[in-house]
Design a protein. Structure first.
Length: 336
């Protein structure tokens, strides 16, 4: 069967343009691919058009509008999700009008579809005491608990996204002075974030216990599951949710009812703002011009600015497991 012009250009867009020329991250490519999978399903199930029969002229502005309505009404998706799907479609048609200029009018019709307005959510964030309450939950007498304590401490101290924490490898962490961590965010853009002294101590203990300091382990995931594989975004979300739920039981006045993984990032941003620290130091929400200034800034200066902003959120002390390798002696001392 001869491929259609739509299948030809969509394949080139997803398989070559996005990962190659555009340098888009695999997560965004996956999201865009899911959008077009849904669109093809809509055409087949609702419009009764066979996938192999779809050409560029098949997908009119009206059909795209119907698809977006179907997402909202039939699939019960939020306006935010609807707008994300439209963004993926807009991106493809911007590409298409350059690759197939004979279809530029069709492309511009679809590019003219506006995003839908949505109400602005209030930012969910925790107080410093709330953060401390959550960080106190992991059981640091177990290896899994120590991993979770280090993970959550690092996630807060760096203001990292969950996926950025999941993607960390051992070589991304620099513990020598000035201590930093390299986070790779949206669009595969990396930024260097200074590490606080307590977090550095936690990471040193964690890497030593898990025998990760060897140069040969540089590309190993920093946070691993029981199978020594990469701890996934879903796994990190589960760990955080469990700690948040337990902390809420113990301190209901400190933990709001609605807390998402992104709340740690929001919390760090709010604490920095309240302390007068420019968010360019941490979060990566910057223009190209600002990024260039940030890249030239001294890491030690950024670390001092962050340490001056607040004290004592992350504990630098781990239990006696790290100080004593004799298990029987450790157990005896634990019972004192």
């Amino acid at each position: 069967m001869k491929p259609t012009n739509f299948s030809y250009h969509l394949t080139g867009y997803l398989a070559k343009y996005l990962p190659g020329r555009a340098g888009i991250s695999r997560n965004i490519i996956q999201s865009y691919r899911d959008t077009f999978s849904l669109l093809l399903r809509f055409c087949l199930e609702i419009k009764e058009v066979l996938v192999e029969k779809i050409v560029i002229d098949t997908l009119t502005k009206d059909i795209i509008d119907e698809f977006l309505t179907w997402i909202e009404m039939e699939r019960q998706c939020s306006i935010s999700t609807r707008n994300q799907r439209l963004a993926a479609i807009h991106s493809f048609y911007k590409y298409l009008q350059m690759e197939a200029p004979e279809h530029i009018y069709r492309c511009q019709q679809i590019l003219a579809i506006p995003v839908k307005r949505t109400s602005t959510r209030s930012i969910e964030f925790l107080t410093l005491d709330g953060i401390k309450a959550i960080l106190d939950i992991p059981d640091t007498t177990t290896m899994a608990g120590r991993r979770n304590h280090v993970l959550l401490s690092l996630m807060y101290d760096t203001g990292a996204r969950v996926q950025e924490i999941a993607d960390l490898v051992v070589s991304d962490v620099r513990l020598s002075n000035p201590a930093t961590v390299k986070l790779t965010g949206k669009g595969n853009k990396s930024r260097i974030v200074p590490l606080m002294t307590p977090t550095v101590k936690l990471l040193e203990q964690y890497l030593s216990e898990n025998d990760m300091k060897k140069a040969s382990h540089g590309q190993n995931p920093l946070f691993q599951n029981r199978s020594r594989g990469k701890l996934t975004r879903a796994g990190i979300t589960y760990i955080l949710k469990r700690c948040v739920d337990e902390a809420r039981v113990q301190h209901p006045e400190l933990i709001p009812n609605s807390i998402s993984p992104h709340s740690f990032r929001h919390s760090k941003a709010m604490h920095l703002l309240q302390s007068g620290v420019n968010l360019v130091y941490l979060l990566g929400h910057v223009s190209i011009k600002t990024t260039e200034v940030y890249a030239r800034a001294d890491s030690e200066m950024k670390r001092r600015a962050l340490e001056d902003a607040y004290q004592g959120v992350t504990s630098s002390e781990m239990p006696i497991w790290q100080q004593n390798n004799d298990l029987l002696k450790w157990l005896k001392e634990l019972g004192k």
